[in-house]
Design a protein around this ligand. Structure first.
Ligand code: DGL
Length: 270
């Protein structure tokens, strides 16, 4: 038995749908969630800068919480730094999140797949690599949506249904115009808008995400080696917040606190 927590990390609230899915299926596991709001948005930063940020954060997290596994619940962090972090922390288990191109390729009839992500993810060579490896000959229509990341982080909790619905429409329009019939949500923040995406995608577009795939991957690692990594006993839930550094008069960034409270996680600053 290993009672150490499973850690989830993102630049803000984006990784919470992944964390929530894992918690609901694995209530006996302790979980910590790390929101690095001090460096939000990751998608507007360079690869080297992100590697350094994530190296420091992983070091702090390891000292504070000693996790048995770190889930990068962030596509941008994964494509920029997963292999680097594995090299830096050889004793820590990592799980990364990349756009779910494989199931989209299996489902696409037009053989064109839209991928929506941050600028950093969309500009990364991972998109071409995923297409080569899992695309089954489909072509990718990559679209960066930094405004949608900001919308989720800053406005989602206060926005009404109409505003949320409107927020996804222009992207689906672009994918339709490009002849795609499958759209991959390649940024974890967009999972907050999954219902809106699915509704507006009807009837011609299918939406794909990696939430279930990532949960299954974590579970299979915990179950490996005879389940030695499985937790048990009293589980705890903690939300580590790296406070946002927002200019005065900037957007309110109360959403991490709102969600920590909503999910019943104990809040601490890191
Ligand atoms: N949630 C992140 C992702 O999956 C990144 C958002 C950001 O900080 O730009 O890519």
């Amino acid at each position: 038995m290993d009672k150490r927590p499973v850690a989830f990390l993102d630049s803000g609230i984006g990784g919470l749908p992944y964390c929530r899915n894992f918690v609901s299926r694995n209530p006996g596991e302790s979980v910590v969630y790390v929101a690095d709001c001090a460096h939000f948005p990751y998608g507007e930063r360079g690869r080297e800068e992100l590697r350094e940020i994530l190296r420091g954060l992983t070091e702090d997290l390891a000292a504070r919480a000693d996790p048995k596994m770190l889930v990068l619940a962030c596509n941008t962090a994964t494509v920029s730094a997963l292999s680097f972090l594995r090299g830096q922390f050889p004793r820590l288990l990592f799980v990364g999140t990349v756009p779910a191109v494989k199931p989209a390729a299996l489902g696409s009839k037009t053989r064109r797949i839209g991928v929506l992500g941050t600028r950093r993810t969309i500009d990364d060579s991972c998109i071409a690599e995923l297409a080569d490896r899992y695309g089954g000959g489909c072509s990718i229509v990559p679209v960066a949506a930094p405004e949608l990341v900001d919308f989720v982080e800053y406005r989602y909790t206060a926005a009404g249904e109409g505003e949320r619905r409107q927020a996804v429409l222009p992207y689906l329009e672009r994918f339709r115009n490009a002849g795609a019939d499958a759209v991959v949500l390649g940024c974890t923040h967009f999972l907050f808008l999954l219902g809106e995406f699915r509704e507006a995608a009807k009837p011609d577009l299918a939406i794909y995400d990696s939430v279930d795939g990532i949960t299954r991957r974590i579970e299979s690692l915990l179950d490996g080696e005879g389940g030695a990594l499985r937790g048990g006993g009293a589980a705890f839930r903690r939300f580590y917040l790296r406070e946002p550094r927002l200019p005065a008069g900037g957007p309110p960034a109360d959403s991490p606190r709102f969600w920590a409270d909503r999910m019943g996680f104990e809040l601490e600053t890191l």
